[in-house]
Design a protein around this ligand. Structure first.
Ligand code: ADP
Length: 691
């Protein structure tokens, strides 16, 4: 076929697409631009007429539009793909124009002669940047593009080919094309309608006629949305909003996607996603609009159901968390009784058999306490309310302190226990010592639990440091039963216990590691594990902590080793008022304070406490949940200006373990807050800090 023939076909192609409602350009087999339609010119600000681009190569065209070299490569390779495969392709590209990102969906397909020989390339770029943000809209745009692709494929194969070979004239080809389009639009499953410049209906497909309850095309012509507002009793203002949207599209000359809601002939409410595009005449003047509406009511309903289900799930999860918090609080009060009594008993002269039984009670209640703490932490985690208090402290001292209490447990099982904290690494950091303690306790606790013989090692490393901060690696290594490779990924999930764990008959609820992981991540750290069955496991956490530099440091007192074992504890000659209503807790706190040397005056409600406060005390211990008053209110009254005890330190004793509860106590003027169950150590430290 000669070049002239090629040109003829390209010209026919041009005539077919000149007024198409989408942007199209075409090139010859050498990839040289041969023309473009009106829409293409309207959408490319740097192109004023088709003549400007005819004869340009991809590189020259890209330069004219100010596109990046990257885009030329893509243009060349996609042209090549169309020419060599003969297939229709589409791809997305994104570039910056005047500080705005433009997303284009580019579709290319071959232009063929009647024998199927490729004689050019057609290219249709669709600007999807406006809809890119809207997922549904994007989907719709893609769907439309797909539709266009198929449509154009058919067009280029049948219409163009046939128009050359079978059709006698251009008019004949045009008529064929029009009837083809009409068929496509009238039978489309989406609603398609078109209006004039004043938003008056000019036509609509079958779907639109059915939905609007209009018998024929001719009856639709001349109506407006205001007529339907009346007919269907649409909410006032809906027709106006439709007209405003129409006018916005026609004034801007650009397509836009809208989500619309209205009542149909059968009374049902429908939500549609409507793309409205301006229709322009040959000179580019907007003369109306065409709209395609997709019914998304089902999708909307599903979305709403999902939203409601999510809200219900969140609500019940909140209720569960609250329940857990309440249960943990309620358990804490009797546990205070058990643990306190056991502690007091331990300090009395018991036979070794009695001592052993008391130790068993104490240890069992300790396990119960850690379970309650885990449950409380879990409920806080679920609500995203896990609290942290970041303060300066000495990591080395903390590690050794934790180690000291865990060493006893390890040695009881015949395990060796080692701590490695190299001399040259920083010690003074800022973090939450309570949470670090919780992490190490959990990991070492597990290590002891799952190791029968060998050694447990806590190691602290500092792989990187600057003047202000340092990276730390805290690891816990054991020589225990190990974890199979395929189970490693699950052990940080809550309520996960491996089969082998049951065989070892260990205690635990499978919560520890889940909580540790969350705590570590909340502190912007990471936790890792490596393990080999029967060889042992290493868990390690990586953190970055700010460093604290101090010239002089307060020497911390060593803990009183005898406490809880005999009565030779330090004596504080203090006059203490104890406000507590629970009889067992009264007894425990009173005996412990007396053992520590205090003279204790006991009252069991708020009003009596206020009366008792007419006398001066050295310290006041205040329960919060009193039968007649809130302990915080009692405190505020005791500390007010003309009270004898306005400067007396008040210490809260509460079973409420939430940070907000602590804060309420501090706000009421209390010096510190002790969480039940209370211990000799806690009380001694508190009194020590006071004197
Ligand atoms: P649990 O309270 O059951 O110990 P965790 O969440 O702390 O719950 O641990 C989850 C599971 O991971 C344990 O049941 C155990 O099977 C396994 N596991 C944890 N630490 C170790 C370890 N050091 N050695 C072997 N298995 C471990």
């Amino acid at each position: 076929m000669t070049k002239t023939k090629h040109n003829q076909i390209l010209q026919t192609f041009a005539a077919t697409f000149t007024n198409a409602p989408f942007s199209v350009c075409w090139k010859d087999v050498d990839g040289i631009f041969a023309g473009c339609n009106h829409k293409f010119i309207a959408e490319n600000h740097n192109v004023k007429s088709a003549a400007e681009i005819i004869g340009l190569s991809n590189a020259e065209f890209a330069k004219k539009l100010g596109w990046a070299n990257r885009m030329i490569l893509k243009m060349n390779s996609s042209d090549h793909e169309v020419l060599t495969t003969g297939k229709t392709i589409s791809y997305e590209d994104r570039f910056k124009r005047k500080n705005l990102f433009i997303s284009l969906l580019i579709m290319k397909w071959p232009i063929k002669d009647h024998k199927g020989k490729i004689i050019g390339i057609a290219c249709s770029p669709i600007d999807i940047s406006k809809v890119a943000a809207d997922k549904f809209a994007l989907e719709t745009a893609k769907k439309q593009t797909e539709l266009n692709t198929n449509f154009l494929k058919i067009l280029s194969k049948t219409v163009i080919g046939k128009s050359i070979t079978q059709r006698k004239s251009f008019e004949d080809a045009a008529r064929y094309l029009i009837s083809f389009l009409e068929n496509l639009i009238m039978n489309a499953s989406d609603r398609v309608f078109w209006k004039d410049r004043d938003s008056v209906y000019l036509g609509g497909n079958k779907k639109v006629l059915d939905i609007l309850g209009v018998a024929s095309q001719s009856q639709l012509v001349g109506l407006t949305d205001f007529d339907f507002e009346k007919k269907f009793n649409w909410p006032k203002g809906l027709a106006k909003s439709f007209r405003d949207d129409d006018q916005q599209v026609m004034q801007s000359g650009k397509p836009k996607v809208f989500e619309e809601k209205y009542k149909q002939i059968d009374g049902s409410e429908v939500t549609v996603l409507t793309t409205k595009s301006p229709i322009k005449d040959e000179k580019g003047k907007v003369i109306g609009l065409i709209a395609v509406s997709t019914d998304i009511s089902d999708r909307k309903k599903q979305e709403q159901e999902l939203k409601e289900a999510k809200e219900r799930a969140e609500k019940s999860n909140r209720a569960k968390s609250e329940f857990l918090a309440v249960v943990s609080h309620e358990l804490r009060t009797p546990l205070n009784g058990i643990m306190g009594t056991a502690q007091i008993l331990r300090t009395r002269n018991l036979t070794s058999e009695q001592q052993e039984y008391v130790d068993d009670i104490y240890q069992s209640s300790n396990i119960l306490l850690s379970l309650i703490n885990d449950i409380l932490d879990l409920s806080k985690l679920e609500e995203g309310r896990l609290d942290f208090t970041f303060i300066p402290f000495n990591l080395k001292e903390l590690t050794y302190k934790i180690g000291a209490s865990l060493k006893v447990l390890a040695e009881e099982k015949g395990l060796k226990f080692a701590i490695q904290y190299p001399e040259n690494i920083p010690t003074n950091i800022i973090s939450d010592p309570r949470r670090i303690r919780q992490i190490i306790f959990n990991l070492v606790g597990n290590a002891i639990k799952y190791t029968k013989k060998g050694c447990i090692t806590i190691k602290v490393d500092c792989p990187e440091k600057t003047v202000k901060k340092a990276k730390f690696k805290i690891s816990v290594k054991d020589t225990g039963i190990g974890i199979p490779k395929n189970k490693l990924q699950f052990i940080f999930d809550r309520f996960t216990q491996l089969e082998s764990a049951y065989k070892t008959k260990t205690s635990g609820a499978g919560l520890g590691l889940a909580i540790v992981k969350q705590i570590v991540e909340s502190m912007h750290g990471r936790i890792h594990v490596k393990s080999k069955p029967n060889q042992g496991s290493t868990f390690w956490c990586e953190f970055e902590f700010p460093l604290r530099h101090e010239k002089t440091r307060k020497k911390t007192k060593p803990p009183n080793k005898h406490l809880g074992k005999n009565t030779s504890a330090k004596k504080f000659k203090l006059k203490a008022l104890l406000v507590e209503d629970n009889i067992i807790n009264q007894k425990i706190a009173k005996i412990m304070l007396q053992d520590l040397g205090c003279k204790v005056y006991l009252v069991d409600n708020g009003k009596t406490a206020l009366k008792a406060a007419n006398k001066k005390y050295d310290v006041i211990f205040m329960d919060i949940g009193l039968p007649d008053m809130d302990g915080c209110d009692v405190t505020t009254a005791i500390l007010q200006g003309n009270s004898k005890n306005k400067d007396t330190p008040v210490i809260a004793m509460t079973a409420h373990a939430y940070k907000k509860d602590r804060q309420r106590c501090i706000d009421a003027g209390m010096k510190t807050v002790l969480t039940k169950p209370i211990s000799y150590e806690q009380l001694e430290k508190t009194l020590d800090d006071l004197v």
